[in-house]
Design a protein around this ligand. Structure first.
Ligand code: HEM
Length: 503
């Protein structure tokens, strides 16, 4: 029986798929090139472990062989990958409405009611506007930042004091990642749930985020797992995932209920206790599951990306002592300025440092999966309705023809007169393709609504960390190897010597 299957049926299936693959799809246009062979149900990811590292490798080879638009097959749908800023601009900006859709999933668990998973339409618009206007409230952001930055500096000072003596040549050797993560989590938790949540509850919430993320199959987050493989991969972890999601649901519901009671009892005036994200959700009259899902999305989308970006930036500053010193001088030079003077200044150096780090080390190497609501022609290919469409963020940011010496860390390129001078972390809707020489937050209608807050907060944390400490490499240097994932972290956490500066 097995022999019959392998000798007759499999080659037959292969032949059918191959001939289907080679035929023009419509109007003489074909689908973007894909690897061979492709099997029914599983597509062409069947012989690789379902990890992002294997996806990176397959895509690198495909792009090298066929150019910037290629496809992979995950089951019955093509997943099209675009690694060119010009074509990405055409798709995400010119044809923005067509590419603003997200593929659906048969199981989205905690994500099911988020902005990201919402169908492109009125519910998505309402939730996105609500999130964006909450994130635009400068006094809310500034209040939460002050207390998080204060406790970050204190924790690092204590870590440095505890480790003092271990270092030769002054200062103390520390691994600051955990402290940075704690501060970023605390900052976004204050924005999401308000200031009143206890450390113990936040600790449990953080633990649950780590647990749930560790149980998610990464490729599935990009909609690249054929249903058959999803069942195989999820089956052994399903019960654990459901249990963690249930505990998360109970904890977040309790936090939301406490917040609702505070509001009903009129505790906290607006000035003393500004409106957090949960307050805005309570005002929308949403159901419990929807609110829990939106809080999960908020914390999940904000924390790991921002922490990872902060770690890469600090690693770069440890590695490039000259840039660290230049940044310190720049910060000292603007300390005496008034707010107005600071705002009028063209791009301070700290902004350039953050942009350059986001270009070279975007936390997300791909966007979230997009899809289209109709067949469209892009470049010389057809993108069939319902395909998965994604964009190579890291590849675009490091593209050799777009950037001089693209692998070098050179923040000056973003300063006045530099090649990246007009480039921002999010492309302006009115700009041309040159605005999309880097897309760490995406572009167009589905671009990250947290981009402005994330960059502001990164700049502010970096300023405080450089003003308060000197960051010096240890003898083994800094390991800049990447650990591919939904978010691409540093393979080895940063290990550095810090010296507390006397201001
Ligand atoms: C350095 C930090 C961050 C990075 C690198 C980042 C990156 C991204 C990327 C690449 C996307 C996908 C865009 C697309 O598919 O076209 C995205 C979407 C999203 N991000 Fe962020 N993000 C960051 C911080 C935040 C923050 C602080 C929040 C909110 C508090 C946030 C909330 C979201 C949401 C809700 C979406 C989905 C938008 C939609 O589908 O309409 N992100 N982000």
């Amino acid at each position: 029986m097995l022999l019959l299957l392998s000798s007759i049926i499999l080659p037959l299936l292969l032949l059918v798929t191959v001939s289907k693959n080679r035929k023009p799809y419509c109007n003489g246009l074909s689908l973007p090139p894909a690897p061979w062979p492709r099997l029914p149900l599983v597509g062409n990811l069947f012989c690789r472990p379902p990890t992002i590292a294997s996806l990176d490798e397959v895509l690198r080879r495909l792009h090298a062989a066929h150019g910037p638009v290629v496809s992979l097959w995950a089951g019955r749908k093509p997943a099209i990958f675009i690694a060119c800023h010009d074509i990405a601009h055409r798709a995400l900006v010119h044809m923005g409405a067509t590419f603003a859709h997200r593929p659906t999933s048969w199981h989205s668990g905690v994500n099911s009611h988020g902005v990201n998973s919402a169908t492109y339409g009125s519910r998505w618009g309402l939730l996105r506007r609500n999130l964006s206007s909450h994130l635009a409230a400068e006094h809310v952001i500034a209040g939460a930042f002050r207390s998080s930055a204060g406790s970050l500096v204190k924790s690092l000072e204590s870590a440095a004091a505890a480790a003092a003596g271990e270092a030769d040549g002054g200062g103390a050797v520390v691994a600051p990642s955990e402290t940075l993560r704690h501060a970023v989590f605390g900052f976004f938790a204050a924005l999401c749930f308000g200031e009143g949540v206890g450390e113990d509850t936040l600790g449990r919430l953080r633990g649950l985020h780590v647990e749930i993320i560790s149980l998610i199959v990464e490729l599935d987050a990009f909609h690249l797992m054929p249903v058959l493989l999803q069942v195989v991969c999820y089956f052994p972890r399903w019960r654990k995932l459901l249990s963690a999601q249930r505990r998360h649901h109970d904890l977040v519901t309790a936090i939301i209920s406490a917040r609702r009671r505070r509001r009903e009892e009129g505790v906290g005036s607006d000035a003393a206790d500004p409106r957090c994200y949960v307050d805005t959700l309570l005002g929308l009259g949403l159901g419990e599951d929807e609110m829990v899902s939106l809080c999960w999305e908020y914390m999940n989308a904000a924390v790991k990306t921002t922490t990872t970006a902060l770690e890469w930036i600090m690693a770069r500053l440890v590695l490039h002592q000259d840039i660290q010193q230049k940044l310190r001088n720049d910060i000292a030079g603007s300390d005496h300025m008034t707010c107005g003077e600071r705002r009028r200044r063209r791009r301070p150096f700290v902004e350039a440092v953050v942009l350059e780090a986001l270009r070279l080390h975007p936390p997300a190497h791909y966007l979230l999966a997009h899809t289209t609501d109709k067949d469209v022609t892009l470049d010389k290919y057809v993108i069939p309705k319902g395909s998965i469409v994604n964009f190579g963020v890291a590849t675009i940011g490091r593209y050799a023809t777009l950037w001089t010496d693209p692998d070098a860390f050179r923040p000056e390129r973003f300063m006045e007169g530099g090649e990246g001078c007009g480039v921002h972390s999010i492309a302006a809707a009115s700009g041309g393709p040159e605005m999309m020489k880097m897309i760490p937050f995406g572009a167009g209608r589905r671009a990250c609504p947290g981009a402005a807050v994330a960059t502001t907060v990164l700049q502010s944390f970096v300023e405080d960390l450089v003003r308060r400490f000197e960051w010096i490499p240890v003898a083994s240097g800094v390991d800049m190897t990447e650990k591919p994932g939904i978010v691409t972290e540093m393979r080895m956490p940063l290990y550095t010597r810090v010296v507390v500066r006397q201001n």
